[in-house]
Design a protein around this ligand. Structure first.
Ligand SMILES: Cc1ncc(COP(=O)(O)O)c(C=O)c1O
Length: 363
């Protein structure tokens, strides 16, 4: 019998839909009558190609990706994108604007410094990354190679609600921790990237959505494997792709479709986040959020308790009660509940009840 599922609030890798895990389990040793696991199929076989192409077309349809974009499945995580982007699109001496909203933007700009002259368009570092800069604060330079932002800040728990208009300057976004959690207008971006291990599937696959005209601006000196065009020309089959991860990603996308698509998922995510944020806001300061209200993330809810010992006690008792992954990122401490698409409302409700009870007992 299946043990009860954990209340999994991990920041990534994170919860996957139970229905997807069960389907994968059922198909594990014999995928659709092939007598093999998906992992054992040749990546050149018709059976695998079907899995691969379905995953691409499901993502295109769920995110309404226009025809002038390619969907790529790469490896190396979002972290390799921090390097691949400047390696391909930033030349020595050229500038690119980075909007700094947390540790992931810091990691991204550090790689760009190896290739050109990235600079801060704006930064919320001075307020401990509690906010997303206001659109009115941002100015863009037509000469810049691109503008880079992080749509959701997994560690600090902030999220862009509206994206800047950058005109002819390519807008590039790291959407690792909120892709597929809400509708986005892909046509506003030249490149979107995301590690799969939060909303899309298991770790090991990186999704890149790239506008085809950007491929033409690519640096021809980049190594073959690190050029986007290599993967665009070969439908991400230049080399052996992470086949099992792509199969799982396709099944997660099928699950999102079955839930009713992005609009239904968005509504559920709003309800899940609300029940936890309400608990924080109604606690009269027993719990307090890290992010300012207007910048709060629907995916990563960061909060603290006023007293450090009490915070430790909270995390210990939460763990004993079956809540997994509530420790804040090791770099900032505190508490964090990641409420990605596959985290059920029941888990968020149970957390809210646990938080209210803990407050009652300890205040
Ligand atoms: C917003 C964001 N960007 C980048 C990364 C790094 O991703 P990866 O571990 O896939 O390289 C993470 C990981 O949590 C993230 O949350």
């Amino acid at each position: 019998m299946l043990k009860q599922r954990a209340y999994n609030f991990n920041a990534g890798p994170s919860a996957l839909p139970l229905a997807v895990l069960e389907k994968a389990q059922k198909e594990f040793v014999d995928f659709q009558g092939t007598g093999m696991s998906v992992m054992e199929l040749s990546h050149r076989s018709a059976a695998y190609e079907e899995v691969h192409n379905q995953a691409i077309s499901r993502l295109k349809s769920l995110l309404s990706i226009p025809d002038q974009y390619e969907v790529l499945f790469l490896q190396g995580g979002a972290s390799l994108q921090f390097s691949m982007i400047p390696m391909n699109f930033l030349s020595a001496g050229q500038q690119a604007g980075y909007i700094m909203t947390g540790s992931w933007s810091e990691k991204a700009i550090k790689e760009a410094e190896l290739f050109g002259k990235p600079y801060h368009i704006a930064s919320s570092k001075k307020n401990q990354y509690r906010t997303i800069p206001a659109l009115s604060e941002l100015t863009f330079n037509e000469q810049d190679a691109y503008v880079h932002l992080t749509s959701n800040n997994t560690i600090y728990g902030t999220q862009w609600k509206e994206f800047p208009e950058t005109g002819n300057i390519p807008l590039i976004a790291d959407m690792s921790s909120d892709i597929l959690s809400r509708p986005i207008d892909v046509s506003r971006f030249a490149l979107i990237y995301a590690g799969a291990q939060k909303n899309l599937g298991p770790s090991g696959v990186t999704v890149v959505i790239i506008r085809k005209d950007l491929l033409e601006k690519e640096n021809s000196d980049a190594p073959t494997m690190l050029k986007y065009s290599t993967h665009a020309k070969t439908n991400s089959l230049f080399h052996t792709p992470p086949t099992f991860g792509i199969y799982m990603l396709g099944e997660v996308l099928r699950w999102v479709e079955e839930q009713g698509g992005i609009d239904v998922i968005t509504q559920k995510n709003e309800e899940k986040a609300k029940i936890i944020y309400d608990t924080i806001d109604q606690s009269h300061g027993f719990y307090y959020g890290h992010a300012e209200k207007g910048s709060r993330s629907l995916m990563n809810i960061t909060f603290r308790l006023n007293d450090e010992d009490l915070e430790k006690k909270f995390l210990t008792e939460a763990k004993e009660a079956g809540f997994v992954g509530l420790n804040g990122h090791r770099s900032v401490g505190g508490c964090r509940a990641s409420t990605y698409n596959a985290v059920p409302f029941e888990a968020c409700k149970a957390l809210s009840e646990f938080m209210r009870e803990f407050q009652q007992k300890n205040s």
